[in-house]
Write a protein that binds this ligand. Structure first.
Ligand code: ADP
Ligand code: MG
Length: 341
């Protein structure tokens, strides 16, 4: 076969293989876009575990009519323009791939209105060339993205979709993680028309009350709260006390500069601390927020951004481990003093 350029649709479908694993990955990408656009109210409507439909409506900045086409094109982003920007990244997105990828493996429509526009516009992609059609629509300021029939044209992917219930659990998990890092925003999640999660921001955007809503009041009542800074790294954390140990790891949340992730280094440091203080048999519960200079962490390691790479991995690991150890020791000592006194 002679060498040919891939059609835009095929190139996007190949890229989608990395970013769009299942309905929950679509929800994650769309939520991140809404938050990057400054939205503080996001409604998520799911039908049949996302197999049939995923719809997100936000009240963010919107996309101007003449940028709709670009928004749906690969490698088009408003978030970075130089390598320097990439090294100082604070937005959740930056690859400019999500919308193009998702729309190549589903029927995606994008409806949006900016503050300065008097009307809203709707766009969708068609065919191998992914030509963008644009027509007028009705929509308040903000954006709605409707993703129907995910993987309808990629049967190999579609085969890997699990039962509706399982896929929806993954979606809930994504929404929880994101809600935990954006306490100022409200999230409403519906499945087949029924509201399953409602996280409404209080007027201070209090982290503690968001954690109570997502993880449970009991967790926060029993957790130790620490907020420690060392060499430019801040760790704000709620650590479950011993009684809260659960047999599964569904209550382990860690965030780096506002990005939720299951990073091996962080997980290892925390487990090691729990083990050294309490000899952990089960899974500890924790919600940990790390903040450090974006220059010192590389988020461009994985297309779905599940992992990061720390410039000074050892230092970060030991800081986390020692801080958690100290905190756990302090409550262990406290309860011993109470028992003896
Ligand atoms: P990235 O987020 O990596 O820039 P995406 O493909 O996810 O790439 O989105 C492409 C562009 O479309 C974004 O850079 C942004 O300008 C715009 N966009 C996407 N979703 C929204 C939204 N909900 N509100 C406003 N702008 C959006
Ligand atoms: Mg994005």
């Amino acid at each position: 076969m002679s060498i040919q350029l891939l059609s835009p649709q095929l190139a996007n479908q190949i890229a989608a293989g990395e970013v769009v694993e299942r309905p929950a990955s679509v929800v994650k990408e769309l939520l991140e876009n809404s938050l990057d656009a400054g939205a503080d109210r996001i409604e998520i409507d799911i039908e049949k575990g996302g197999h049939k439909r995923i719809r997100l409506k936000d009240n963010g900045a919107g996309i101007a009519k003449d940028e709709l086409q670009l928004a749906l094109s690969r490698h088009a982003t408003s978030k970075i323009s130089t390598l320097d920007d990439l090294e100082r990244i604070l937005s959740l997105g930056f690859r400019g791939e999500a919308l193009a990828s998702i729309s190549s493996v589903s029927r995606l429509t994008l409806t949006s209105k900016t503050e300065s526009q008097s009307e809203a516009w709707q766009a969708y992609c068609e065919g191998r060339e992914m030509a963008v059609n644009i027509q007028p629509a009705a929509h308040p300021k903000g954006t709605t993205i409707d993703v129907a029939d995910l993987f309808y044209n990629t049967p190999a992917r579609r085969k890997f979709l699990r039962a509706e219930k399982t896929e929806f659990q993954h979606i809930e998990d994504v929404v929880k993680r994101i809600a935990l890092s954006y306490p100022h925003a409200s999230f409403i999640l519906k499945h087949n028309g029924k509201t399953t999660k409602r996280y409404i921001a209080d007027k201070h955007g209090s982290l503690a009350s968001r954690i109570a809503a997502v993880v449970g009041q009991k967790f926060i009542d029993n957790a130790v709260h620490i907020n420690v800074e060392y060499e430019g790294i801040t760790m704000n954390a709620w650590l479950g006390s011993e009684v809260m140990l659960r047999s599964s790891n569904d209550c382990q949340f860690s965030f780096v500069n506002g990005r939720g992730m299951r990073d091996k280094l962080i997980m290892h440091a925390i487990r090691q601390a729990y083990e050294s203080v309490w000899g952990v048999l089960e899974q500890p519960s924790f919600v940990v927020y790390l903040t450090l200079d974006p220059k010192d962490v590389d988020v461009n390691v994985h297309p779905a951004k599940h992992e990061v790479r720390f410039q000074q991995g050892r230092l970060v690991h030991d800081f986390i481990c020692k801080t958690v150890c100290d905190a756990l020791h302090s409550i262990t000592n406290e309860s011993e003093t109470q028992q003896h006194g």
